[in-house]
Design a binder for this molecule. Structure first.
Ligand code: ATP
Length: 293
């Protein structure tokens, strides 16, 4: 975090889901989930500059993203300005690196960065709890993104239990060249007809005991049943990663991003090269988990 009098810079980290289960569809249309969230070392950079004239001005560089109320950054800034009665205006810039519409919570993590950024810039002294409570008004994944790290996420995503960091490993992330709408995937999921559910409790135990194989052996995401049917390339990337030595590979969130967990960097790099060469994905990252502190 860089801070001068009226300027704050902040990184917004992407997430993957090591496990994702959907328990049921609620009467209000939301789905009750049980997921293991993990922050990864892929980030957007946001800057915040306070100015005397009121109003929110957002620039997104070359990213094909809206700059008004359709951007979660704008929505978060507007919400905090109103809630905290901020009289000054703010100029926000976004450097987008996280794949968009990818299942990596790119929009939610940007919104989360706005909470932290405003907190610093305007000396708001909001607690983590207060930010999370406000954040859920922007989106179900925003409270987790405000907290970051490794966590169990329940309810619609707002009930969070922090977990210890999993053992270090090499992470390969590949986003096929297709955008997936989270709404479409959830609407086409038949939560009551799922044949198999991930062993999330077993994964929590494996995380707590630092058992990487126990984690990778339980990686499962029920949303794959919808997204892979639409985009078979996801299955192809998973197979390729496993062939090249991944302990396991899985789709993240509602997809289409696929991640593989490797114990050797060379193997992950080889898989990355293959994915690019076969044009299965353009955006490919050899990276790692990110647990601050
Ligand atoms: P999730 O994992 O939470 O489902 P996602 O990675 O699938 O998220 P996002 O990248 O968050 O999806 O974006 C989905 C849509 O939200 C995009 O089509 C985009 O137009 C809109 N959006 C609004 N604000 C942002 C933002 N700051 N960054 C990215 N997308 C944004």
């Amino acid at each position: 975090m860089i801070r001068t009098m009226d300027f704050v810079e902040r990184k917004a980290y992407a997430k993957i889901n090591l496990g994702l289960d959907v328990l049921r569809r609620r009467m209000d249309g939301y789905h009750e989930v049980k997921m293991i969230m993990q922050t990864v070392d892929i980030w957007d950079r946001l800057t915040f500059t306070a100015c005397e004239e009121p109003g929110i001005e957002l620039s997104v560089g070359n990213a094909a993203l809206p700059v008004g109320k359709d951007n979660l950054i704008y929505r978060a800034a507007e919400l905090i300005t109103k809630e905290k009665n901020i009289k000054q205006g703010v100029r926000i810039t976004l450097e987008k690196n996280i794949p968009v519409a990818a299942g990596m919570a790119g929009g939610s993590t940007d919104a989360a960065a706005v909470f932290h950024g405003f907190n610093e810039l305007f000396d708001l002294f909001m607690s983590l709890e207060e930010m999370k409570k406000l954040g859920v008004k922007i989106g179900a994944d925003v409270p987790y993104c405000i907290m970051g790290g490794t966590a169990l996420s329940e309810g619609i995503g707002e009930i969070l239990t922090p977990l210890p960091a999993p053992p270090a490993c090499v992470l390969l992330v590949a986003k096929p060249d297709t955008d997936v709408s989270t709404k479409f995937v959830y609407e086409n999921l038949h939560a009551d007809k799922l044949e198999s559910h991930p062993d999330i409790d077993g994964m929590i135990e494996a995380i707590e005991t630092g058992d990487l194989r126990g984690i990778t052996g339980r990686m499962e995401n029920v949303l794959e049943t919808v997204t892979i049917r639409e985009y078979p390339v996801i299955e192809k990337i998973k197979e390729l990663m496993k062939m090249e030595g991944a302990e396991s590979a899985l789709m993240s969130g509602s997809g289409p991003t696929v991640f593989g967990i490797f114990t050797e960097r060379e193997a992950a790099q080889r898989a990355a090269d293959q994915i690019r060469r076969q044009e299965l994905a353009q955006q490919v990252f050899v990276t790692r988990f990110y647990n601050a502190g």
